[in-house]
Write a protein that binds this ligand. Structure first.
Ligand SMILES: NC(=O)c1ccc[n+]([C@@H]2O[C@H](COP(=O)([O-])OP(=O)(O)OC[C@H]3O[C@@H](n4cnc5c(N)ncnc54)[C@H](OP(=O)(O)O)[C@@H]3O)[C@@H](O)[C@H]2O)c1
Length: 207
């Protein structure tokens, strides 16, 4: 499979690139900086996305412009718009997005982002991730998209190959923890790229 991956040097994007590469997929990595052998390309630029995406089987969005305030939040939505239009223009149908845990529900109707004590510093960014889901869900009926939310904690660790798939409810382990290693998130992500079983929906990956 030929995969165009925006955010290829990131904590999550680099693991997806490694996992996909190990399975023999051809990954074109793209970032704004062009570091570490990636192509220098801004995912919010429709023309750039369309040009790069042409000839690929799937586009992956694993972009985090920077953590923080309103500006970062707006730029995530600009990235979402750029990728949706660019992918469509290139004639690529498959789009898989690294989502956020904030949209997942801890109880019926109560999302992680709505819980009392949710860290204020993370709020703009988390709401932007929620808005990105709305953007994709509302504007990509013609695409085979998936928004794959990690759990609350996703950090570098061991590749065990173990994970569970949920939908809009936050999955926790036997001790009540919502977590996964970035390596195992990448395993689930590449499994979904290969299988296409979770199209046009929010899905969740965790231990
Ligand atoms: N628990 C959770 O819900 C959770 C936890 C972690 C991450 N996430 C989500 O996972 C995604 C990836 O996060 P991460 O931690 O892996 O990010 P990261 O380590 O900060 O990496 C971000 C990547 O995006 C690239 N990038 C930023 N803006 C870009 C643009 N406009 N065009 C192209 N590339 C761009 C960066 O490279 P350049 O700077 O060179 O462009 C870098 O490769 C984010 O959407 C984040 O919200 C969710």
């Amino acid at each position: 499979m030929r995969i165009l991956l925006f955010g290829a040097t990131g904590m999550i994007g680099s693991r997806i690139a490694a996992e996909a590469g190990k399975r023999g997929h051809e990954v074109t990595g793209a970032t704004r900086s062009g570091k570490d052998g990636t192509l220098a390309a801004d995912a919010s630029d429709v023309d750039t996305v369309a040009r790069l995406a042409a000839g690929h089987d799937a586009v992956v969005l694993a972009v985090a412009p920077s953590r923080g305030g309103i500006e970062a939040s707006e730029s995530l939505l600009e990235v979402g718009r750029g990728v949706l239009h660019g992918v469509r223009r290139a004639g690529v149908r498959r789009l898989v997005v690294v989502g956020g845990a904030g949209i997942l529900e801890v109880s019926p109707g109560v999302r992680v982002v709505d819980t009392p004590g949710f860290p204020e510093d993370f709020l703009p960014w988390t709401l932007a991730q929620v808005a990105l889901f709305g953007l994709v869900q509302g504007n990509a009926d013609d695409l085979e998209w998936t928004y794959l939310s990690p759990p609350a904690m996703v950090e570098p660790g061991e590749r065990t190959g173990a994970y569970r798939i949920g939908d809009h409810q936050l999955l926790t382990d036997g001790e009540g923890n919502s977590h996964i290693s970035t390596e195992d998130y990448a395993v689930a992500f590449v499994d979904e790229l290969e299988r296409g079983e979770l199209t046009r929906r929010l899905a969740h990956v965790a231990y």
